[in-house]
Design a protein around this ligand. Structure first.
Ligand code: ADP
Length: 388
């Protein structure tokens, strides 16, 4: 037995490839004939070296009716572009199937003429099954939340309407205690209505038909600010923003994201100071980093992750109305678009909410733009457009 450090590099290389059992590695000629074998081929596909070599590579594709076509287009892609990836179910010798991730590389001579293909395949069945079961249970949960909140609306509406009727028609005809109890029922029904509506909105984020398109976030932010114009004017807020990029996203969801974050910045303001809110964007490698900064009441940073869970609130609804679903919706929107969201704050010191979105053919902002909102000074609810 030769010592391993005395062996020639070619032998070492051959042993390395041949003995590798976790990955099937093999060569294919330009007609699709299998030329070489390693231990991984037997482990993944079930063929011995004798059974494998000389066969057509289409034997590993499924369904068999179009195996040759699939194999042919894989080779063609590798011929045209140099490589081809192939993530799909594959066929074993015993006709069972496994989910594989395959990578094919074109092999050429020194003149660039195709000699054949090198292929490497890994078994991803366990990962695929886990992913499928997670997707399934997520979909089932979403469906459940949607149905539950949707079906709860009807009896709630009836309850709300009748308790209001009772309170109106019988006010002063019962005793004080009964009036007080009735007003509690009316308030509770209306709060439950808001909770159910928000829960439904939350469940809808991923079940509603996605309409991703190239969206200019400047426009979405301005739409959101327009929706908030009453709160902006009432609070004397000053909302400014950098020029925002264009991203590939669902327009309605982007408006909702900005509306929830800017809306919170206006809501959680200090009683004695008009709110100032600034929305910034900067490119950070493959993603955009956005921030929504306010000068409001802030919160204890220990709860910075908790507030993104549904129904979690740090402030009482008597002081600050709300259901605690707004940030959970923001978090869902951002994660379904491939980004992350988090917050930084200190009590009495304002808050900054950050989120990222992947750069997708977006262009960096050309220059910083600001939109100031002196209340009521312009016919537009959020002041003159500085770009005009
Ligand atoms: P809601 O505003 O309906 O309570 P959210 O999910 O939007 O629900 O927010 C969750 C909690 O996070 C709020 O109840 C509040 O305690 C805290 N919060 C959110 N935004 C801010 C902010 N800009 N400043 C201070 N606290 C905030």
């Amino acid at each position: 037995m030769p010592l391993i450090d005395n062996m020639q590099p070619e032998d070492l290389y051959r042993i390395q490839v041949r003995e590798l059992a976790d990955y099937a590695m093999f060569m294919i000629d330009t007609h699709g004939t299998l030329l070489s074998w390693n231990a991984g081929v037997e482990r993944l596909f079930g063929y011995t070296e004798e059974e494998w070599i000389g066969k057509n590579g289409a034997i590993i594709f499924t369904p068999s009716e179009n195996a040759e076509e699939v194999f042919g287009s894989e080779m063609q892609k590798a011929r045209e572009t140099g490589t081809s990836t192939d993530i799909r179910w594959h066929l074993r010798k015993d006709k069972s199937e496994f989910f594989a991730n395959g990578f094919m590389n074109l092999v050429t001579d020194e003149n660039g003429e195709a000699l054949g293909y090198a292929k490497i395949v890994s078994d991803e069945t366990a990962r695929k099954r886990l992913q499928d079961s997670l997707t399934e249970s997520n979909a089932a949960l979403e469906q459940f939340a949607w149905v539950a909140s949707h079906d709860l609306q009807e009896p709630l509406r009836t309850m709300g309407a009748f308790s209001q009727l009772l309170a109106r028609n019988y006010a002063g005809r019962l005793d004080d205690e009964a009036d007080r109890i009735l007003s509690f029922i009316v308030k509770a029904a209306s709060r439950m209505k808001s909770l159910v509506e928000d829960l439904l909105a939350y469940a809808r984020i991923t079940t509603e038909v996605e309409r991703p398109a190239s969206v200019a976030l400047d426009e979405d932010l301005e739409t959101a600010i327009t929706h908030l114009s009453q709160a902006v004017l009432a609070s004397g807020a000053r909302v400014t923003h950098d020029a925002l990029p264009t991203v590939h996203a669902d327009r309605g969801q982007m408006v909702r994201l900005f509306q929830n974050l800017v809306g919170n910045a206006l809501k959680y303001r200090k009683p004695d100071e008009p709110p100032t809110v600034h929305i910034a964007a900067q490119r950070n490698g493959p993603e955009w980093l956005f921030s929504v900064r306010d000068n409001g009441i802030g919160f204890d940073p220990r709860y910075a992750s908790l507030i993104f869970a549904p129904f979690k609130r740090l402030h009482s609804s008597a002081e600050y109305p709300g259901t605690g679903v707004g940030l959970a919706i923001c978090s869902r929107i951002v994660t379904t678009h491939g980004g992350r969201i988090w917050a930084e704050s200190a009590p009495g010191d304002g808050s900054t909410f950050f989120f990222t979105l992947p750069v997708d053919g977006g262009t960096p902002p050309p220059r910083a733009l600001r939109i100031d909102l002196p209340p009521g000074l312009d016919e537009s609810p959020h002041g003159p457009d500085p770009r005009t």
